[in-house]
Structures are given as structure tokens and as C-alpha cells.
Design a protein around this ligand. Sequence first.
Ligand code: HEM
Length: 538
Amino acid sequence: TGPETVTPTGAPTGAPKQAKGQQGEYLTTSAGARLYDTDHSLKAGERGPTLLQDHHLREKVMHFDHERIPERVVHARGYGAHGVFVGYGSAANVCKAAFLGDGVETPVFVRFSTVLGSRGSADTVRDTRGFATKFYTQEGNFDLVGNNIPVFFIQDGIKFPDVIHAGKPHPDREIPQAQSAHDTFWDFVSTHTEATHHVMWNMSDRGIPRSYRTMEGFGVHTFRLVNEAGETALAKFHWKPKLGVHSLVWEEAQMISGLDPDFHRRDLADAIESGAYPQWELGVQVLPDTPRQTFEGIDLLDPTKIVPEELAPVQPIGMLTLNRNPMNYFAETEQVAFHLGNLVPGIDVTDDPLFQARLFSYLDTQLTRLAGPNFNQIPINRPHAPVNDMFRDGFHQHAVHAGVAPYKPNTLDGGNPFEARPEDRPFVEVAQPLAKSVKVRQSPTSFSDHYTQPRLFWQSLSPVEKEHVVRAFTFELGKCYEQAVKERQLMVLANVDPVLCKEVAQGLGLPAPSATGRPRRVVPSPALSQVGQTWPTD
Ligand code: HEM
């Protein structure tokens, strides 16, 4: 690797902060030839012109020209840290994953993010926050790709491009950078009332965390756990910060955005550097894996619903400690590739339609973002378990595979040393009694209650928290130009709570509508699907 220091992932914690890349005794080209001068191009005479034969000039500028890669299509702004996860062993009765075993230490990399702003946006905007954890377990990588809000805007991943298009800056002016304060976002959420629960959390203090260190995290979806006996349970993952949950008030967030747009990343990096290592306890709500996959009337496949902790307490199963800052932002935080399909034996997917779409989306986007199919060979993504995937070639292939027979079974390369064992099967084949043999393009009726849980959330807030929610709705809706959008969102709020609706309406100077109780959702139109594609003429 020449005179540069390349640090593999999983370097021992406390790796020297000063380990620098460019500290060799002399500079070289990327091909290792010693350089005499990197400050002057080669010219035909003192005042030029510059000669094309100056390979170093061309290589140096060429490499610089290609330093940028596409930012993530969502969650572009993020900040990461290394750490360790220690299992308590308390999950053994429901989950056989080895990294949850008593005292088992697993290296991790965590990336926190905002969802909608671009890479250069401010930290303290009102938005959902990503909380993605890569566990480098001995059984392969397990990625828990969650958020700081326990529910999501939509119930089906096919709507993800739509909700993100509505929330991202308008295509004409690219304003605004942050969520809300624009017509498309409120247009979308007021016409898709399944978003109401998530929006209530966004408009509450949860939408502007004080610090990443004081944020909860949620796996959001219901997962399926499997124990050694092959018994299954359904589960929801929770991260509980040791420092408690704290938020900024809006005025603080506004001022901080201006004074220090890097507030959250600075806070995390400084805390780790000073030895104040942030910690989160991982917990699970364990729910019976019944044929209907519901619990107390809640459809567990609906990602817009929580299971109240009073009904299913969160049971602690391990502790996460972040104790090492990345050495290089690009190499680690930018190139890390999380994927929900990175599962280990004992943790499995469910039929939640949002979950299912995500299983496609992450691999697919990383194919472009990280330029080719070999991104798991990038140091930050490399598993700490042996890899024998029989994948070959492709852009950015770094492995030099030995042998002639990348298939199995074979009789030329000595068969395959990694014989499959039934217990390693990543996906349990649990019978799905609800699955029918007909094809359906619609939401189940059990997904159609859009207001009970947002109301529960509102009712759980203290008076001052309620006041913050009212102010947030009033401020954000006040930024809409379209009167109809404001009025439609007020109708949504009327279905959540009359006081909430009345106070926001007052702030907007509009009449408060009455509750209808009706959800608004996309109704499939069979006629549409039969119409051929037409292209706009201009
Ligand atoms: C990125 C969470 C829904 C597509 C992310 C990240 C998080 C996250 C935390 C950032 C990962 C990182 O730090 O690198 C969630 C949660 C969801 C959800 C909790 C709902 C429960 C979806 C859906 C889709 C999707 C439904 C698509 C159908 C993406 C894509 C990225 C991303 C394309 C960028 C990944 C990359 O470039 O590496 N999501 N997401 N997400 N998410 Fe989601």
C-alpha cells in the first residue's frame, strides 16, 4: 500500500488519533514512483505552455476531479462512530443470535443521520433521524437500520419514492433544504393520513433532538426471532440512551443551525474524544408469533403503529458503547453500506410491506452509490466472519480469488470447505397463513385506522410538550402557500384531537373543521392500470 497507512475496520479501540495517511518520507505517484516536485507543472519554457506529458499533473488533477461520489438519496447527512456491543444473554429464550450471548463483545459502527437535507445541510433541523448500526458479528454482519421515531410515514414501500419526492426540496427552486415548511410535504401527508402518526412525532420535541447521545432508536418494523429450539416470536427493537431523551426547543434549534450547523456531529465527536462514551441499551418487545400477527388488535405488519410499552415492556438484551471516532469520514461514514437483509441466524424478516421493499432498495441504491457490486469489500463494510460467496469480478474487485471452480459442489477445487448447515439458514420458512394465492394491490383493512395512535401520542404529552406541537404545526403549515393544503391538514388534526385542531387553526387564522373520522388513503384504480403509458408532449 505504499507509504500510506491503511487502517482496517475493527482496529482496536483507542487507535492513535494521530495516525495520519500522508506521513511517508517522500511523495509518490499512485503507482509508487518517487516524486521530485508536486507544486509545479512541467512547461515548455518558463512561462508555458504546460506539457501534456506531465503525467503527475494529469494524474493529480484526474484523481481530484473524481473525489466525489453521489450522496445518499435519503439520509445524505450523517455522522458515525465505532463502538462495541455487549450482549446480556437475556434474549436466549427467544433468539439464538450468538452476538446476544452473555458477555459476548461485538464491534459495531453506527451512523446517525437526518433524512431529507443534503450532505451539507444543518444538523438541528426538524426531521426524523436515522440510527443505523452495523454489528460485525462472528456469524456475519447484522444491520439494524432504524430511526429515532418508532413509526413510519407509509405502510407500503412502493410509496417511498412518493413521500421522499414530497419532502425533498421543490424541483424548481430547490427550496427548502429541511423537512416541512413547504406545500408538497403537507399536500402528501394530508392526502395520506397513514402518515399522521409519524408527523405527530416530527412536530413534537422528538423532531429536534438535543444530541445524538440523547436520542432513542427504533427498528420500527416487527422482526421475527428464532431460538435454538426453532420456536419463533415477533419482536420490535428499541435503543434507550443512557443519558435519557432530551430535545432542543425550536428557538434553540434555529439559532444553533445558524451558529453551528455541525452541532450534533461536533457533540458526538467531542464526547467520544473526551472519553464520555455514549451508551444505549438495546431492548426488545417480544410478542407472540400468532397466525394473524396481531397483538391487542394492533396489526404488527403495519409500520405506522407502535405497541405501547405498557402492553409489552421493553426487555433489555445488551449495551452499546460508542468509543472511537472514525479516522476518515469518507472511508468510513460515507462508504458504510447498511442493508436490512444483513441478518444473522435468529433474526428474520416479516411480511411488513415496507420492510419487504427496503430489502430491495438498499442493495440497489448502493450499486450506484458505491459504483458496482463489490461494496462489501470496502474496509468499513467487510464482515469480521469468513466470507466465501463465490461472487467474482465486477467493478472495484479487490480480492484475488484462488482456484478455478467458483461454484458448488465442484470436484476440482476440493469441493467447498464451507458446508451448509441447516441451522445457518438465514430465513426461516414460517408458514404464512394470511398469504392467499391471489394477487392483491391494496392495503389490508387492518391498516386503516390512522388516528387512534396519533391521538394516544397527543394524549401522552405534558402541557408544555403539547404547546410545542401546536406551535410546530402552526409554524410549518404557516409556510404553505396553498390554502387548500392547510385546510386539509386541519381536517386531519380534527380527527386526532379537537383541541389540537382548534389551536393550530387559530394560529393560522382559519376556521377549525369538525372530525370526520375517515382516513384518506390511495384507492387503487383498476382502470388506471389498464391504460397504456402516455408521454407528455412538452
Ligand atoms: C437510508 C432508515 C424506509 C430506502 C436509510 C438510513 C436509515 C434508514 C437509518 C441511513 C443509513 C445510513 O446511515 O447509511 C429507514 C427506516 C425506514 C426506512 C427506519 C422505515 C421504517 C425506507 C424505505 C425505502 C428506503 C421504505 C425504500 C423503499 C433507503 C435508501 C437509503 C436509505 C435508498 C440510502 C442508502 C444508501 O445510500 O446507502 N434508511 N428507512 N428506506 N433508505 Fe431507509
